[in-house]
Design a protein around this ligand. Structure first.
Ligand code: FES
Ligand SMILES: [Fe+2]
Length: 343
């Protein structure tokens, strides 16, 4: 049985996924029903009626209340049963677990632990995601048949770009020309590549003359359990980072359960803001990279060790794994810290 970190926020979905019918998603092993309240806020309930376990999402809504579609028990947004169609009395224990949810940066975050501990100050910053007058973001989602920490390993070790992303991001081995640093800042981990004085990487070839020398960086920030932000940047060699072009990306992983992971990604640009054609090209590029290149490799690797303890399998360690290894160790210590406090 997986032990999840509880005192943290996980991404439940993109805000626009919460339509009139709400959103049903397996999160941390629990079927979760998220819906919009009349005041525009959000509620999240376990999607399982305590009577005969019908999904509450298959019921109807009466204002902010949810009416079970099977026998009509009615619950308020905190999960308390407020109406029993068969008697005046509400049976003892007629309630369904509810979760704290918050909406920020176009992202719906769910607090993994007890709602009373939810601390909005701990929501990682993805302020670049919402469109502005100067920026435009494309977003995507894919479901991976692998434990989320294998997805983290992949994202904190971008050297795989040269091997896995041959059809998309790979280019002249530039990642090997760089310096990789891993640093911890509080509970935030940084895994950064810095590649100075190289030929323009494939994603920037249109922006620079082919014989130009550029500086290129890939800065990945990790927050538990697996919410990552990637800053991709390229500037003329020596011109400074501000002079170059930047592509902030979200790579946010949320465990559906021990063996399945929601992968939410986004990429922001600062030009061609109104171009549906550019949107389409980027969605196709990232779709290919994440769905057809990363995902099959991560799933196939995970299938080889599914259900086994990662460290007991004695993974070989290469220098490139520092980021993933640090994230795994950090998460383990955070979970152990919580278990020590909560028993
Ligand atoms: S299963 Fe919900 S009221 Fe019976
Ligand atoms: Fe990748």
């Amino acid at each position: 049985m997986e032990r999840y970190l509880r005192k943290c926020w996980v991404m439940a979905g993109w805000a626009e996924e919460i339509g009139d019918a709400g959103l049903v998603r397996q999160l941390l092993g629990r079927p979760t029903f998220i819906y919009r309240l009349e005041n525009g806020g959000l509620a999240a309930l376990l999607d399982r009626c305590p009577h005969r376990f019908a999904p509450l999402s298959k019921g109807t809504r009466e204002g902010d209340r949810v009416v079970c579609g099977y026998h009509g028990l009615t619950f308020d947004s905190a999960g308390q049963c407020v109406r029993n169609p068969f008697a005046e009395r509400i049976p003892a224990g007629a309630c369904v677990p509810s979760f704290a949810v918050a909406e920020r940066d176009g992202i719906v975050w769910l607090w993994a632990g007890a709602a009373e501990d939810a601390d909005p100050a701990l929501i990682p910053d993805f302020g670049f995601v919402p469109d502005t007058a100067h920026s435009r973001t494309v977003r995507g989602y894919t479901l991976m048949q692998a434990n989320y920490e294998y997805g983290t390993d992949n994202l904190l070790d971008l050297s795989h770009i040269e091997f896995v992303h041959k059809g998309t991001f790979a280019g002249q081995g530039v990642i090997f020309a760089g310096e990789h640093t891993v640093a911890l800042e509080g509970d935030t981990l940084h895994s950064n590549w810095w590649m100075p004085g190289i030929a323009p990487p494939s994603m920037a070839q249109d922006a620079f003359p082919p014989d130009a020398k550029v500086d290129h960086w890939l800065d990945m920030r990790w927050n538990a359990p697996a919410s990552m932000r990637l800053h991709v940047g390229v500037s003329l060699h020596g011109a400074g980072r501000e002079a170059g072009f930047q592509v902030p990306q979200a790579h946010i992983l949320t465990p559906a359960d021990e063996h399945t992971t929601h992968y939410f990604w986004s990429s922001t640009r600062y030009d061609a803001l109104d171009s549906a054609e550019v949107d389409g090209a980027l969605l196709a590029l990232f779709g290919e990279a994440f769905d057809l290149e990363d995902k099959p490799m991560i799933e196939a690797a995970y299938a080889n060790v599914r259900g086994k303890d990662f460290w007991a399998e004695k993974p070989l360690s290469l220098g490139i794994d520092q980021g993933g290894t640090r994230a795994r160790r950090l998460l383990e210590s955070m979970i152990a810290r919580e278990s020590a406090v909560d028993g």
